[in-house]
Design a protein around this ligand. Structure first.
Ligand code: SAH
Ligand code: SF4
Ligand code: F3S
Length: 479
């Protein structure tokens, strides 16, 4: 993870660092030791930022039932794990954690274990057969059913709901912000995905794409601002295809329009979004970004591969030239916008030459950072059905290492180009290294660390002059 100073806030693909532990999420007051009495739940989340955002919905549903959160598994009545299926390794990590929960359950037989999220959806009933000690299995669209399933499990019934909905957006549920820094928050604007990238399991685990009521999104942003938050990230697997029809007048709100509506909540509220799909990212969105100072100049635009034949096999529905055209549009309309990417190495039949096209794309696009993966075949996906996973593991890994090495060089170069520039930084908290330093990000989503000055606090904006840089962080001083 490049911006390791704050790994939780780099945009949607939180799943990239699948080696790291899932995070136990809890409320601020739980951290200071207060417990509300009654039953307690413990929740760990894996996968992308949407999953973390869903855990906040789950927390809200449970709070309504009188559950309070705990960061200690040993004192919980209910252990939940919100899971990810994107790569095999992500699922292995979850299985390992389930072994730990099994031990806890043997020690305290009354405790319930629930599996939520994408792996629950992918494996469905199989989960209850394979993992005998799991009590409930709940897919991403069924969290409203949790109280019922928990009540059943308390009576000794195994519970499962993996129904995928065409409508559910949880628009009316106010998420309980777990483990928040009080400055930045995520807002889910849509669910599911209708793209059929051949390598990807998400359409099967998250179901059809649907967009959330635009007014509920704007109201959530306004409420967050009232509560002191200064940055929101609008989340979706493909935000550019956001489309919501107002039932009152039939007007269809596009992503560009939603972005503008959110930016107008308050000039002091920064707006970010993730993820953009190259096939759908319009110039209109770029012009809206240019028009509003508080929409951050940062676009996560996953390329996956720099080669047109591979992109076709991946069913990304754009080719290298189209992608380059999008990069040029960003450079033209938003000259100081940073761009980041997701890259897969060793997709089915990828040759050395095609791999080199990915490297040259990275150079051309000048990504400030990338999330990089070796291809992992997922059961049931079009690629698994149609193509042979024929690039040997060691070749995938070697190509991945080349991609990582190149990205490290590009990131360093990108960061060194910022030395001597001044940026407006939103303070997020103390830096990891020292409580004498603050960390915060600039509009381009780069983490900047700088010495504290009295009277400032997280949520304040300051101007910082960059003095030096590493590949991961900018170091500066307030000016
Ligand atoms: N909706 C986003 C991506 C969500 S998944 C988009 O379209 O860009 C995040 C990233 O995981 C993907 O961009 C892709 O790079 C990676 N990924 C997805 N499936 C994968 C697989 N089977 N093997 C390796 N990486 C994968
Ligand atoms: Fe997966 Fe493609 Fe949808 Fe992204 S756009 S979630 S990669 S199917
Ligand atoms: Fe996210 Fe993983 Fe599901 S990336 S959508 S949690 S498969």
């Amino acid at each position: 993870m490049l911006y390791d100073d704050n790994p939780t806030l780099v945009g949607i693909p939180k799943e990239i660092d699948e080696n790291r532990q899932g995070e136990a999420l809890f409320w601020e007051d739980a951290r200071s030791g207060s417990t509300a009495g009654g039953k307690r739940f413990y929740i760990e989340s894996y996968g992308c930022q949407m999953n973390f955002s869903d855990s906040e919905i789950v927390a809200s549903v449970l709070a309504e039932e009188g559950f309070s959160p705990t960061r200690f598994m040993e004192e919980s009545d209910l252990i939940l794990i919100n899971t990810c299926s994107i790569r095999e390794k992500a699922e292995e990590t979850v299985r390992k954690r389930l072994r730990m929960f099994d031990l806890e359950k043997r020690r305290r037989p009354g405790v319930l274990v629930g599996v939520l999220g994408c792996m629950a959806e992918r494996l469905k009933k199989k989960f209850l057969e394979e993992e005998k000690l799991v009590d409930i299995v709940v897919g991403p669209d069924a969290y409203r059913d949790l109280p019922k399933l928990i009540a059943g499990a308390e009576d000794g019934e195994k519970g499962i709901n993996v129904f995928l909905s065409r409508e559910e957006t949880y628009a009316d549920i106010s998420p309980l912000r777990l483990d928040s820094n009080g400055v930045s928050a995520f807002i889910s604007i849509m669910r599911g995905c209708d793209n059929m990238c051949s390598f990807c399991v998400v359409p099967y685990t998250r179901g059809r794409e649907r967009s959330r009521d635009a007014f509920s999104i704007v109201a959530e942003a306004a409420q967050l601002f009232e509560q002191g938050y200064r940055e929101v990230t609008l989340l979706g697997q493909n935000v550019d295809s956001y489309k919501w029809q107002n039932p009152e007048n039939g007007h269809v709100v596009s992503f560009a329009e939603l972005l503008e509506m959110t930016a107008l909540v308050h000039p002091g509220l920064r707006v970010r979004f993730s993820t953009s799909h190259p096939k759908d990212m319009t110039d209109e969105v770029l012009h809206i970004m240019a028009r509003h100072e508080n929409i951050c100049n940062y676009i996560h635009l996953p390329v996956q591969s720099g080669n047109s034949r591979i992109l076709d096999l991946m069913n990304r529905t754009y080719d290298r030239e189209w992608y380059l055209g999008r990069i040029e549009a960003i450079e033209r309309i938003l000259p100081d916008c940073a761009i980041s990417s997701d890259i897969i190495t060793g997709f089915c039949t990828e040759t050395e030459e095609e791999h080199r096209d990915t490297l040259s794309m990275m150079e051309r696009a000048n990504y400030s950072m990338s999330y990089m993966f070796a291809y992992s075949e997922r059961p049931g996906t079009p690629a698994a059905k149609k193509y042979e996973d024929d690039v040997p593991e060691e070749v995938k890994k070697r190509r991945l290492n080349e991609v990582i090495r190149l990205q490290n060089q590009i990131s360093l170069r990108h960061n060194l180009a910022d030395v001597g520039k001044t940026f407006r930084v939103l303070i997020e908290g103390d830096s990891k290294r020292s409580d004498q330093e603050f960390k915060g990000r600039n509009s381009q989503n780069k983490m900047i660390v700088f010495p504290k000055q009295p009277g400032l606090k997280p949520g304040d904006y300051v101007n910082v002059l960059v003095k030096s840089a590493t590949g991961a962080t900018l170091l500066g001083e307030m000016c």
